[in-house]
Write a protein of this length. Sequence first.
Length: 115
Amino acid sequence: QVQFVESGGDLVQPGGSLRLSCAASGSILTFYAMGWYRQAPEKARELVAAITSDGGTVYADSVKGRFTISRDNAKNTLYLEMNSLKSDDTAVYYCNTAPGPKWQWGQGTQVTVSS
């Protein structure tokens, strides 16, 4: 069973930036496509960014051009660089395999965009 620990969330003003990290308990990043998901209050969890095992990336239209997903296979860590943040980006952010989760969700990290 793989476990994920997300971190880096914070309260940030509109237009600000954050970098999220996701540490995986096993050496899985080399073998699986990985993604960042988010869940806003009273909304379904959605996939916002994904990266394939060979480095290809795909983004939801709502974050395209503002978010960048990357990974460090040696550190078993997934990242999400978020720029030009908007209030609509407020959510709990999670990582898992993509396009569908293969393992149990971590606790997530809260991102709040507010002035």
